[in-house]
Design a protein around this ligand. Structure first.
Ligand SMILES: Cc1ncc(COP(=O)(O)O)c(C=O)c1O
Length: 304
């Protein structure tokens, strides 16, 4: 199984990084849609499964289970199909129709949570469902992306790719959910150069940096709970956007020829908003943002 997992790894990473032309900033986009399943989550899934297999926690009888807003589940579903093991996805009503249909084709089971939790998201109810299922089935392995350190340890290569492509990078903007991506990026970046600023981008109603309860409808960004990973000093700042601003960011990117997902629009809009708040900070700095996925699965909400 490990050989097959390593084969999949050859289809992950070394994604392109593109400089936006004629933009008011020196802005680079790291395009993670060019990974195996079309998102940055391939890096986390491959690494978590690799560790699970090497530590004998995963074998041919194991059923993998995870709560996901879409991208993690799709990557895990593709991985598990190739490895010849079963995968159960616990998703919610915000999931994109196209993503839901893809998962139904690939997964052993897809469980959709339709009741929002007390914060206005679905995560807490998704996790409740996963916990209930693993307590009843000994052969279930929960990848547990919100708390498994192998989630954020998976992002060292992504960080090195950014640093090698944009040698004098000043700012990195990262959309957050499990905070695995930002924690992974920050761990490497801060060890190399503390002056490189890491800015988290979140959505209104997410509980990562705020306690304001507000209904959220864009999948992928935000969480109904605080981060299990982030510590003081990991990030330099955060910025919270509402859904209207995120859609505006997606439309601006589209006008420049980039058809990207909600978190990418959020990052782009965050750069603009951050510059309005602190124009002296961004100036002519080199800024990178990570685009976790493409716009294809967002045609039914953001691009409608
Ligand atoms: C759409 C989207 N937004 C944001 C993120 C960042 O997520 P995390 O904080 O879980 O690494 C991801 C990760 O895959 C994503 O797919």
């Amino acid at each position: 199984m490990i050989t097959k997992n390593l084969q999949l790894k050859t289809l992950i990473g070394n994604t392109p990084i593109i400089k936006l032309e004629k933009d008011e900033f020196n802005l680079y986009i790291k395009l993670e849609q060019y990974n195996l399943s079309g998102s940055v989550k391939d890096r986390a899934v491959n690494h978590i499964l690799q560790k699970g297999i090497l530590e004998n926690k995963i074998n041919s009888d194991t059923v993998i289970i995870e709560s996901s807003s879409g991208n993690f589940a799709y990557s895990a579903a593709l991985h598990c199909k190739y490895l010849g093991i079963k995968f159960i996805a616990v998703v919610d009503s915000n999931i994109n129709t196209i993503m839901y249909e893809k998962l139904k084709s690939l997964c052993y089971d897809v469980i959709k949570i339709t009741e929002k939790d007390e914060t206005g998201g679905y995560l807490l109810n998704r996790i409740k469902m996963v916990k209930s299922l693993i307590s009843q089935n000994e052969n279930y392995f929960w990848t547990n992306q919100y708390a498994n350190v192998n989630n954020y340890l998976a992002y060292s290569e992504l960080t090195n790719e950014i640093i090698e492509s944009v040698k004098d990078v000043d700012y990195i903007f990262v959309a957050v959910s499990t905070t695995g991506t930002i924690k992974g990026v920050s761990t490497i970046v801060k060890a190399i150069n503390k002056n490189i600023k890491i800015i988290a981008v979140d959505i209104r109603g997410s509980m990562i940096f705020s306690t304001e309860k507000y209904s959220r409808n864009i999948p992928g960004i935000g969480a109904s709970k605080e981060s299990d990973f982030l510590e003081l000093g990991d990030i330099d700042d955060f910025i919270i956007l509402d859904e209207k601003e995120i859609i505006e960011g997606c439309q601006s990117l589209l006008a420049k020829g980039f058809f990207l997902g909600g978190s990418s629009g959020a990052c782009y809009q965050a750069v603009i908003k951050y510059n309005e708040l602190y124009p002296e900070k961004l100036g002519s700095k080199n800024i990178v943002f990570i685009s976790p996925d493409g716009g294809g699965v967002y045609v039914n909400n953001i691009y409608k």
